[in-house]
Design a protein. Sequence first.
Lengths: 224, 305
Amino acid sequence: MIRFENVYKRYTGGREALSGVTFNIEPGEFVFLTGPSGAGKSTLLKLVALIERPTRGTVLVNNQNTTRISRRKIPPFRQRLGIVFQDHKLLYDRSVFDNVALPLVIAGASRREIEKRVRAALDQVGLRGRESHAPITLSTGEQQRVGIARAVAPRPEVLIADEPTGNLDPELSLEIMELFTRFNEVGVTLLIATHDLELIERMPSRRIRLVAGQVAGDSGAEKA
Amino acid sequence: MYALRHYFGLHRANFVGAIMRIAGQPFASATTILVIAIALALPAGLRVAVNNAAVLSETWQSVADFSVYLKLDVSADAARRTARTIEARDDVAGVTVIDRDAALAEFRERSGFGDALDALDGNPLPHSLLVRPASGIAGDVEALATAVRALPEVELVQIDTAWVTRLRAILALAGRFVDLATVLVGFAVAVVVGNTIRLEINSRSVEIEVTKLVGGTDGFIRRPFLYLGLCYGLAGALVAAAVVAVGLLLLGSPVRTLAALYGSGFALRGLSLAETGLLLAGGALLGWAGAGLAAARHLRAIEPR
């Protein structure tokens, strides 16, 4: 589902964020991307979402070679990908409903379909009935769940998340992780970057550990 | 079919959204719209002025009357015969014969040269004719004059249409000037809208970034801004049309008074329906184009990081 082949990412100025990263994530896997700050976790996720492109090497997502995706083809590519951000990236001038509906509107879903899917997504994250609320009136944890609802509303096959629990207390973090586990149970492939080792300690998921831009450990490497 | 409905649904939503956005910040919007309106009212007002002047110059057809002086030895009877000959032409509305004696009497009375005239022996004035060309042959008065000049009894044709011709030429020039001003003002309006849209794009960079992140195409992101530009242009054009209408209303009464003093029933004409339509469509199009230029330049710069 997500495959990195000897990927390098060097930023202008010479800093090398990734140095020869190789791994393969099968469909339906739940993978944590761990490592200290500055190890290249965010960069790796940006390459998956085509926010950035690798300097060298190949990144395959959904069996598509991302280096061959032109700028114009990025939007349809991203429509098939769910992305959750540490800072939620909600739009504060519109309601919870409109925030979650955004990817569906872009994809051209019908009004009825949009309403159905937004309700279903909000239901899944435990925010049923909050459609008309303004995001600013919600707590940080609730806002993060709106962000997750937006990511899963179009039913993506792959969900990536960059420090989704970065701003949350342990209890809320655990809730979010349980949420991700439920998505995984229905077949969504997840790649979640986190430095919160304590949180994922109890989870049986595969871990890819990045240190200084290189894979320093992969608990599921034998599958690759 | 569904895709089409969805497409138009998006457009309607963008259009409504643009109106809401303009209404949501009334002061800033009003400033922008007023600038566009004043810019558009300038060529629109000039166009109305030129149109009215053209209409007025048409009503001055009677000024194209010209005098025909016959040869001194042409008798009064011959003068009347000549008058009938000229009058028979299709392009002549009427001919008045001015008898040489009557003309002398009038000249003596009005000119104040009575004593000087007494010093002359006999009447130095010939019989003359006042020819009124048929209306609607403005350009052909010259041809008529040439035909009249060719008659054997005619000594001199004094035609004073040159100034009418000049006026028409000046009006044509003014019309061209208005065209030029319209083009320049069009650019200005596109730039004003473009600048407003640039600010709008900057203030909505988060929204643009998020939309790009969840797979929004360039077209999807651009469209609300295009509609915003269109609404600004359209609103500006509407206000411009209103400004011109109010201006005409204010000038209407004094113009009628002035026209009455000249014995004319002339009344100011406003923008025609077609011209109003052109003004509105032009404003909307310029707004759209300005927004398109700004969007092309600035939307690309906002990429997720």
